[in-house]
Design a protein. Structure first.
Lengths: 497, 352
């Protein structure tokens, strides 16, 4: 977390004047924000520990205006940071003081719903949930459902390869987007894929997905729509011990059956969520599993029976099955509101995102509890258990001297744990600025160099979101030297996978 | 015999930078695909063996030279499968070749494609460096998704060494139903079915017959049959294997075979020749002597793209020509992975 961007060289007065004049020429009135008051709301994304005031905020209304903003910046050599809804949790949309923040918020039209081919064509600023709402009259929906789905944009989802509760069965953003249009820093508009299942050429669609605004600016997205399952029920199981809950997750996956969603909450998260959303969770439990079954009536009945049996075998102290849609929604509302709910427990929280093999969930959670006690910082766990994607939320108070530093250290320990069991530092929130130093631990210099070469193929001058996602080799070398100097390597026992 | 030849292979690639370029050869079962290969053969089939299979994690990691047959046999003992149902096109087919070609079979539109199941890969780039991307967990967004970029790149961006794939449990029951319908009617029905919550796992139309496969538990399959109607086939498994492996009579021909990838509900393109419609309408096979430019124009007019899959002129272009800016990006990427152009030169395009 202690990984702010390197200080940026301010632009010369003359360059700044030319930039603003250039942007004024290409943007309609009211679409260029330059006063401090106007720019202030854009100083951070969902990772509010880092704030930078952008030089200017450009809010184009059309694809052509996006293109001209980019070429204006390219001609003057000014960096650009794209921003969707600003809900990202890794500082990917953190602005640069010497750069333009390019907000896609005004490109928010659903261009068309095509029920025959079961796709929707949307602009990048469209909110995730709005797609399913627009598709609902056709009995269709867009499957990936990040907890932030009422706010986050589909462009941001593509840039982060966002996941959600139902991704266990239906896949991540990368599995549900069939086409995009993006604009390169040189102003070329590139179309990839479309309504068919694959496009010609290399799989640039996969490469662009999760590329954190480093390779191009997404201006249109074609998403796959699925038929709404006729039936969905959630099974909520309480456990007296978090280890048993972790074992139940591994046992469900191992049983050869994949539920629509499988989420877990620990004691602290349960309490916070219950106070916030009144979902009706059992308050005494140490851990809850929420398991969604969907499909035909037969499939759901079959799934409930299997899951119930496994949960009980693994030591569930109580199992409840939603009886109607209202109850199901209420039970999920607690989970979906868990982040803000936990947020009310302390002045600040820091959300981690490591992913691990599912068989290690019980062990890793027990270790996190031990670390939490050792650091004296409460940690709430609420996460995508079925995919092994952890979200430990560390509660701290930034105004207390030393708290942030200890939080960072604890976070580092947790990521170390994830890598040590064969996992990764980020499952869905991205590297951004937040985890840039951990990238030095997960990848060797040749791999990072290959990433830089990929970046160079799209953006040779490094003007798109510079300093994010992939650390420079110099940065890693300095970090390494620093740690060797300290006499302790950062992640000495790392496996390279 | 299982063996790890990573270092020797990397050394050969490094040497090639100042010598003859390489053509990567796996089992040779897919040498018909892409443009004619040139360069000194780099055999990779010896780099074989399952490195790790964790049935309870639904993940398998294997060396690229492992045959699909061995891999699928190992999965079958745990009632698991490669859900993209890859074609083998020969007993020697390797995992690496399958991933490099990016081939998926009949289950693809409902379960996902080869790239969808890709979790991570170790590769040798054109500089002879051994690099790892992705991992063995379900979700991983650390760094660009280079492992998925390898799928379908025909070895032009890297030599695949080890590949980690997500696998799925096998359905306990499958059923094949047939309906007597014209191509137009079949396209409409396949799409209508896909818009309903049915447990489809394949849908294909050939010569006035629509074949639909449903998969799941016994109960689910029975309920789907009741909803769909149609005639129950007993030779279903054989039919889908024949389709997947291109062993149906339709494929026994010397006429050039085209693959068109189009929106699933698109009407049939006005091209001469015989059609087989697979993947619920979105993958269409065409036997035709039409000029390549004519096929590419028709595919583009249908918002899709076309590949000269088998036969025809393998010295010319075989893939849909790309718009200039996109072609430039491809050339840049090729240079980013293989600056000296030593990996499968010309296999993908005349340009690189
Ligand atoms: C309460 C809460 C819950 C969350 N739950 C989840 C969850 O369950 N699953 C999950 O995956 N994430 C979750 N997130 C994280 C976040 O919502 C996702 O990462 C989301 O995809 C970000 O979308 P955004 O529109 O807010 O993007 P932003 O934060 O604005 O930007 C994110 C990144 O994408 C880039 N970007 C944005 N738009 C474009 C574009 N059009 N073209 C190119 N690059 C672009 C930016 O430069 C930046 O690097 C949660 C966040 C919060 C606050």
């Amino acid at each position: 977390m202690a990984a702010p961007l390197p200080a940026s060289e301010p632009l010369s007065r003359d360059l700044e004047r030319r930039l603003i004049a250039g942007l004024r020429r290409v943007l309609p009135h009211g679409c260029l924000l330059t006063t401090e008051e106007e720019r202030r709301p854009y100083e951070c994304d969902g990772l509010s520990a880092y704030r930078r005031l952008p030089l200017a905020v450009a809010m184009p209304q059309t694809t052509e205006q996006v293109r001209r903003v980019l070429t204006t910046c390219q001609e003057l050599g000014v960096p650009v940071v794209a921003r969707g809804a600003g809900t990202g949790l890794s500082g990917g949309a953190l602005p640069l003081e010497n750069g333009v923040l390019l907000s896609l918020a005004k490109l928010s039209r659903i261009l068309s719903i095509d029920p025959a081919n079961r796709v929707a064509h949307v602009q990048p600023g469209v909110r995730n949930l709005a797609i399913s709402e627009a598709a609902a009259p056709y009995g269709l929906y867009y499957a990936p459902d990040p907890s932030s789905q009422i706010a986050c944009s589909i462009g941001g989802n593509v840039a982060e390869n966002a996941g959600g509760v139902h991704c266990l069965k239906y896949g991540l953003t990368v599995h549900n987007v069939t086409g995009i249009k993006f604009i390169t820093i040189d102003g070329d508009e590139i179309a990839l894929g479309g309504e068919s299942l694959d496009g010609p050429g290399y799989d640039l669609l996969a490469l662009m997905t999760g590329s954190e605004g480093m390779l191009g600016v997404v201006v249109e997205v074609t998403v796959k729509l699925l038929p709404k399952p006729p039936c969905a029920q959630v099974v909520v199981a309480a456990f007296g011990d978090i280890v048993h809950a972790g074992e139940a997750v591994a046992a469900i996956i191992a049983s050869g059956f994949i539920p629509a969603g499988l989420e877990m909450m620990d004691r602290l998260a349960i309490r916070a969520a219950e106070d916030y959303a009144h979902a009706g969770y059992p308050m005494g439990a140490d851990a809850l599993l929420l398991c969604e079954l969907d499909g035909t009536r037969e499939e759901v009945a079959d799934g409930i029976a299997r899951v119930r049996e496994i949960m009980e075998r693994c030591g569930a102290t109580g199992v409840r099955v939603s009886q109607d849609e209202a109850e199901r929604r209420k039970l999920w509302a607690g989970r979906k509101g868990a982040f803000p709910a936990v947020g009310r427990l302390a002045p600040d929280y820091y959300c981690m995102d490591g992913t691990i093999p599912r068989k290690h969930i019980a062990h890793v959670l027990a270790e996190i509890n031990r670390l939490s006690a050792a650091y004296g910082l409460p940690v709430a766990n609420v996460f995508h258990a079925g995919d092994g994607n952890l979200h430990p939320l560390i509660l701290y108070d930034a105004n207390k001297p030393g708290d942030l530093e200890r939080t960072e250290e604890l976070g580092g320990e947790i990521l170390k744990l994830c890598i040590a069991v064969g996992g990764t530092i980020t499952g869905e929130h991205g590297v951004g600025v937040e985890k840039i130093d951990q990238m030095c631990a997960q990848f060797k210099p040749e791999e990072l160099a290959q990433y830089h070469a990929v970046k160079h193929a799209f953006d040779p001058r490094g003007l798109l979101n510079p300093g994010k996602a992939v650390p420079t080799l110099v940065r890693c070398a300095e970090l390494g030297a620093m740690h060797v100097h300290d006499g302790r390597m950062k992640f000495p026992e790392l496996e390279r996978f | 015999m299982d063996a790890d030849l990573s270092d020797a292979l990397a050394q050969t690639v490094r040497a090639a930078a100042s010598g003859e370029p390489l053509q990567i050869v796996g089992g040779g079962s897919k040498s018909f695909y892409g443009r004619a290969a040139r360069g000194k053969p780099l055999p990779v089939a010896g780099h074989r063996g399952i490195v790790d299979h964790e049935p309870t994690e639904l993940v398998i990691t294997a060396r690229a030279g492992t045959t699909l047959r061995d891999l699928e046999a190992a999965l079958a003992t745990h009632h698991q499968m490669l859900a993209f149902e890859p074609p083998h096109f020969g007993a020697e087919a390797t995992l690496g070749g399958t991933i490099a070609c990016g081939f998926s079979g009949p289950r693809r539109p409902y379960a996902g494609s080869a790239r969808d199941f890709m979790l991570g890969a170790r590769i040798i780039n054109g500089k002879g460096e051994i690099l790892s991307f992705g991992g063995r967990v379900m979700k991983n967004v650390a760094g660009y998704d280079v492992s998925r970029l390898m799928v379908g790149a025909l070895g032009t961006l890297g030599v695949l060494l080890d590949i980690s794939l997500k696998v799925l449990p096998r359905p306990t029951a499958e059923l094949t139903l047939t309906f007597n319908l014209s191509a137009e009617q079949a396209i409409a029905k396949m799409n209508a079915c896909a818009a309903r919550p049915l447990p489809l796992s394949a849908a294909c139309h050939l010569r006035d017959t629509l074949y639909i496969r449903v998969s799941g538990s016994e109960e689910t399959v029975r309920a789907a049959h009741a909803q769909l109607g149609g005639d129950r086939r007993t030779d279903g498994e054989e039919f889908w294997r024949g389709l997947r492996e291109h062993q149906l009579d339709f494929f026994k021909t010397d006429t050039p075979l085209w693959r068109l990838s189009v929106p699933p509900a698109a009407p049939l393109a006005p091209l001469s020749g015989e059609w087989l419609i697979d993947w619920g309408g979105t993958q269409r096979w065409l036997k035709s002597n039409a000029r390549p430019t004519e096929v590419w124009e028709a595919a583009a007019a249908s918002s899709g793209h076309a590949t000269l899959f088998r036969g025809g002129d393998r010295a010319g272009e075989v893939f849909q020509p790309l718009p200039a800016a996109l072609a430039r990006l491809h050339a840049n990427l090729k240079r980013a992975f293989d600056p000296a152009g030593v990996l499968n030169p010309g296999r993908y395009s005349t340009a690189w």
